[in-house]
Design a protein around this ligand. Sequence first.
Ligand code: PPS
Length: 357
Amino acid sequence: MNVALIAASGLAAVVGIAAWKIRSCREIDIISFVINNIAIKMRLFKLIAMLGLTERMRPDKAVKFVTANGFVHTAESPMFRAVLDYVWKLDVRDNDVFVATYPKAGTTWMQEIVWLICNNVDIEAAKKTVLTRRSVFMDMIDVGHARGFQSLETWPSDKQRIVKTHLPFEILPRDATVGKKGKIVYVARNPKDSCVSYFHFHHIVRAFAKTGTWGEFLTKFCNGDVSYGDWFSHIIKYWEEFRKDPSRIYFTTYETLQADLPREVKSIAEFLGRDLSDEQINTIAEHCTFESMRNNKSTNHEGTAEEGAFDFSKFKFMRRGQVGDWKNYFTINQSAEFDDLFEKKMEGTGLESKFEF
Ligand code: PPS
């Protein structure tokens, strides 16, 4: 045996033992902090998954913490916590477009639409490069080929940034909120469907908290004890800001996109100051159907380097893509209780009629 082989076997044994010893996400965080290398962190995630130890990494619950500007925020994956202080100070460019949503509202869908609108409907280019590289997820740190917060700072100045975020309006970059730079496209989704989609997504993301049963997860969702916190305050705040300045914020819903995609693409293009032909609008709409995006390696999150963070064995990222899937999960009592909560929280906002259950 040569020396390199002995060294490699030794290293593999050490890493294997370390992975076996790791009991929680927190420990992976500490290791990543010490080695300061997010790619290694992703490999650790993968290794632990291969050893069948994924469940032990999941935190028990979401954590509430105070952000740089004093806002109380909630997160499960520590990766999201780490980046917030930087986000607040980001230099926003005038032509930045933020695709903002509460998780599972159709973010990926809207990112692809906006990217195509802003890039001359270049379908070939869109297929060639995964969406996570074309459109940055601001709330995350760079992971392998996935673009996170750091890449925003070094993004070429001649290329427009299409920025994905789930952050509440209050903790977006100061330049975007106080400074009013860039535009925001906000997508909201019927909260019952959002909750069902989020429940399944928790089985995919290795670093998210344990869901418990469906009923237990629903309770957490209603209490805002999940990553990105309370659904109601998220959407209400963006809605209020949209009403103050509709020239800078576009507000739409998943259900509106489903109802008439070409009409919505046209309207978003107008908001972004792009004049698209009917043919271009239809090309985007066809490229962005659920089936098409589910089969597209560039948008379905499969086979990318950040995959180490995901476990697609039970559910795919492009799971169902339907309006009303909640009816397969909510009991009659759960639905009635949710309706009461919805009525109470939404009263007087003008948002009540946006969602029909
Ligand atoms: S994330 O992780 O928060 O960024 O997820 P997000 O992209 O917001 O939401 C994922 C859900 O959107 C569905 N989806 C679509 N539905 C219809 N048409 C298209 N093109 C489309 N693309 C994504 C996806 O399937 C998830 O919803 P569920 O209900 O889980 O299927």
